[in-house]
Design a protein around this ligand. Sequence first.
Ligand code: BES
Ligand code: MN
Ligand code: ZN
Length: 499
Amino acid sequence: MEIRVVQGDIAQLESDCIVVNLFEGVSAPSGATGAVDQALGGAISRLIASGDFTGKAESAALLYTDGKIPSPRLLVVGLGKAEKFDLHGVRRASAVASKTLAKTGGVKNYATIVPGAGIAGLDVSQASQSMAEGALMALYQATQYKREQKPAGLDSCAVVEFSQEKLAEVTAGVARGEVIARSVHTARDLVSEPPNLLFPMELASRARKMAEKVGLKSTVLGEAAMREMGMNILLAVSKGSGHEAQFLILEHAPAGHEEEQPLICAGKGITFDTGGISLKPEAEMWRMKNDMGGAAAVIGALEAIGRLNLPRRVIGVAACVENMPDGLAFRPADIVTGMTGKTAEIISTDAEGRLVLADALAYVARFNPSAVVDLATLTGAVGVALGTVRGGLFANNEDLQAALMAAGERSGDKLWPFPMDKEYVEGIKSDMAEVKNSGGKGSGLSSSAKFLEHFTEGYPWAHLDIANMVWSDTEKGAENPKGATGYGVRLLVELASAI
Ligand code: BES
Ligand code: MN
Ligand code: ZN
């Protein structure tokens, strides 16, 4: 769907449907909604009076305009209680509108105002951004492997703003929201792909193609280059796979910022996680195609950061590896030595994410980063703790932790902090090597982050365990259809804009 911004009076605009909004409990609509109500001889007021529509969040009612205004249909979308309304409410309401209209056979084009921009006192450009995000994110479908395509849905959306003064802000906000939503879809597409088709080389090559289009610098290291550099903890995970591991590096360095200390985003890119020799049970193994959700978030975020040309240097890296059992696969009890010379004992080949990230965290030290944030589908335990509402946050730096928490609240990709006490190292002390990759059940979720911390090199660092967030079996609000969520993209773009 294409989005454009036009100046004018929504009541006078011709489209398959116009969309207006209503707060809960309002009986006499004002603003643009009031103007449309008047043009329709009070149709919206009567709708409310009938009790059929109360303005509750996530509700919508379709009316027919009977030639009283140029557009044949009107969709009234509920915004919920005015005092609770925020940018998430804008995103949700806009998603409800586009999702509803995509299912309305006769509607291909619609026109909408920015929900709440006039009355709710929200920042106009931020509200416009949220509106574009919601409208596009709601329409995502992964139908590439169904030969019978679903109908295309919507062709275009006109965002109508009456006031000439607000037009520039609306235009800028919509443009930003559009870039972000399309980058969320890049991540969703990557996570949706099946593991037979999206193996490490394919993941890296798709990222490269994106980088070329956007104008990011990209480098991909193959196994020979990684061996040369001593990334043998990462390479151990790849030994059982017929697919060559790839280490992806994407860089956004706008003019004047080439030399600055970069923000680094590092993604776990396990294109399929069988568990290796510590084989996973059959039942839910198919989910492990999502085990590259961290890498997908990094790739999507760099796409948006590049397109928005954010004025700061950002580097994204992703460790792209497949974890398979095989005669040459690594095994429990193996001891491996990574890039820094630090040694690790393998207890479980299924704790592979922390292994590939160990060398990624060692590698990025060369950039003298201002901060490093890794995103990884690392543990089942994070979902036990947090459900599917927030990702887990572990940090060695308070400022970075606060910046990430704030970016999470603003973007909607929410996080929750976990402790990093030094005692959590006890569980992963090894008799044979400097550290072991699993402490077993009693060692706690934080011990996984302590393992990673062991391989960081003094820079501010945060680990985001997003195992519970990259896929959803159910719709999570109209802007998040079930399936791949693209979690992390909006978070990283927000972080890169803020620090
Ligand atoms: N990729 C999994 C974590 C995971 C589990 C992601 C469920 C999404 C849903 C990870 O590599 C893994 O296997 N973790 C183990 C670690 C354990 C062996 C220490 C886990 O959480 O069971
Ligand atoms: Mn695993
Ligand atoms: Zn894994």
